[in-house]
Structure formats: C-alpha cells, structure tokens
Design a protein around this ligand. Structure first.
Ligand SMILES: C[S@@+](CC[C@H](N)C(=O)[O-])C[C@H]1O[C@@H](n2cnc3c(N)ncnc32)[C@H](O)[C@@H]1O
Length: 253
C-alpha cells in the first residue's frame, strides 16, 4: 500500500449508502423541468460560463452556446459510428485510453468541472484523437435534449458521486426519470455500465434501473466486454489501496 494521495476527493469512512432512502417522488418528478439538482442548474444562468470553450469546430459542445452548425456537427458525430458516452469523466484517464483503443467507435465525455473537461480536451487533441467529443454540461440535460433516440451503445458511469446528505440525494445521477431517458437513448441491446466503490450504491441504483421495464436485470457476464477497460483515476487509487469496486451491467431490452 502506498501513501500516495488520491487524485480525486475520496469519501471513505462514511459507511454504506442506504439503498432504501430515496428523495421524495415529487423532487424527482420536478427535476427535469426545474433543473434543480443539476450541476450548475440551468446552463443559461450558470455563472461559471466565464470559462471559455475552444472555438468551433473544436469537438466541445456546450448547451446554449454552441451554434446550430456545431450542434449539427455533433449530431453527425453521434450517429456515424457506434456511440459510447461517459458521464463524469474526471481527468479522463479511462475515456482517453478507451477511445484510443477503439478508433472505430465514437465517444462523448461529460465532465461538469471545466478544468477537468479542458484537460480531457487538450489531451485528446495532443493524442490526435478524432473520435472523442467533450462537454462540460450536466450530462442529463445534453443526453435528453441532443442525443437521438436509440443512438447509444454504452453508457459508462464510473465511480459517480454518492451525495451522502439526504438533501442532496436528488443530485445522484441515477433517478427514475433519467433512467427513462437512458432507456430511450440506448439502442436495444445497449448497456448501462456502473462501477462504484461505495457500498450500498449498486443496490440503490439497481432498484431504480430494474424498476424500468426496458432494462434487464444486472448481468455480470456483460463484464467480459469491459475486461480490458482501463481504470479511472479513482479506480486506480482503490486498487492501490485494496478497496473493492462493485460492478453492475444492465442491458436495454
Ligand atoms: C467521483 S468523480 C469520479 C471521476 C472519474 N470517473 C474517476 O473515477 O476518477 C465524479 C465526477 O463526475 C462529475 N459529474 C458529476 N455529475 C455530473 C453530471 N451530471 N454530468 C457530468 N459530470 C458530472 C464530477 O464533476 C466529478 O468529476
């Protein structure tokens, strides 16, 4: 075991997440309308938009700031090869290597922290990757508004924030309405892949995903498809420190 500091905020020692505690249904029902609980809230009002994005046609999409032509470019990209989306890419350790390993697929990386999104973008450019776009919007907004139905082959949700406090539960990325969005956007046979080191989180997510009629129950055999997937930075840290990672794979019917 090394003493190296974790690259991300690491919330250990909080015990397990209680799979039975969810936000009141009305909070979830209102969320897609009010954008309450979205990171940055309404992108049109987001104060941190002072951070610049690279000039078009660079492969970076920001909702409400990208032109119609740029949105059309993104649409063309999303529909011209098998599409994989990562939600919460952090420093991009996984998605950059995975995109490099699969030049025949297209990737869209969501990371709301601009600094990290910018880092992913710069590294992708340096590596000459032509199959990766970046967005610093809340993934939930862009996926529901911009990605065509049935377009996604895989959604990677790797080490999502657990949001421990009850008043923040609604910020967890998995919710009934967002699972419904994913069911529409995944192609039949497409996969929702979730990995976490937080005990109880897989069970919490499982209840919500498996309550949706379009998702099959978790199938561990699908893990074979990702056996050679690179680790994220947080996963690398967990591996070094001997913390287990729990995996779930749900297939769209
Ligand atoms: C716990 S970190 C994990 C980062 C990386 N996946 C890893 O394993 O090292 C979660 C990341 O997701 C990002 N994030 C959280 N909610 C998001 C959302 N709705 N859309 C896009 N990114 C999000 C956060 O900014 C954060 O960088």
């Amino acid at each position: 075991m090394s003493n190296k500091r974790p690259p991300m905020r690491v919330r250990r020692g909080r015990g397990a997440l209680d799979p039975n505690r969810t936000p009141p249904p009305e909070v979830w029902e209102k969320q897609p309308l009010t954008l309450k609980g979205f990171v940055g809230g309404d992108p049109a009002k987001r104060p941190r938009w002072k951070n610049p994005i690279p000039p078009e046609p660079a492969p970076w999409f920001r909702y409400g700031q990208s032109s119609e032509q740029h949105r059309a470019r993104l649409l063309q990209f999303l529909t011209s090869a098998p599409l994989e989306i990562e939600i919460g890419s952090g420093d991009g350790r996984f998605i950059l290597a995975w995109a490099q390993a699969h030049p025949d697929r297209h990737f869209l990386a969501f990371e709301v922290r601009w600094k990290l999104a910018n880092r992913i973008f710069n590294r992708a450019q340096e590596a000459g990757l032509k199959n990766l776009w970046v967005s610093d919007n809340d993934a939930r907004l862009v996926i529901s508004e911009v990605v065509p139905d049935g377009a996604i082959s895989v959604v990677h949700l790797l080490m999502p924030d657990p949001w421990w406090k009850a008043k923040h539960y609604a910020r967890r990325i998995i919710s009934p309405w967002f699972v419904d969005v994913l069911a529409r956007k995944l192609r039949p046979g497409g996969i929702l892949r979730m990995e976490t080191d937080v005990e109880g989180y897989p069970e919490w997510a499982e209840r919500i995903v498996e309550a949706h009629p379009d998702f099959k129950p978790h199938n561990p055999e699908l893990g074979e498809l990702f056996a050679d997937a690179p680790l994220t930075s947080r996963q690398e840290w967990c591996r070094e420190h001997g913390f287990p990672i729990y995996r779930r794979f749900w297939q769209r019917r």
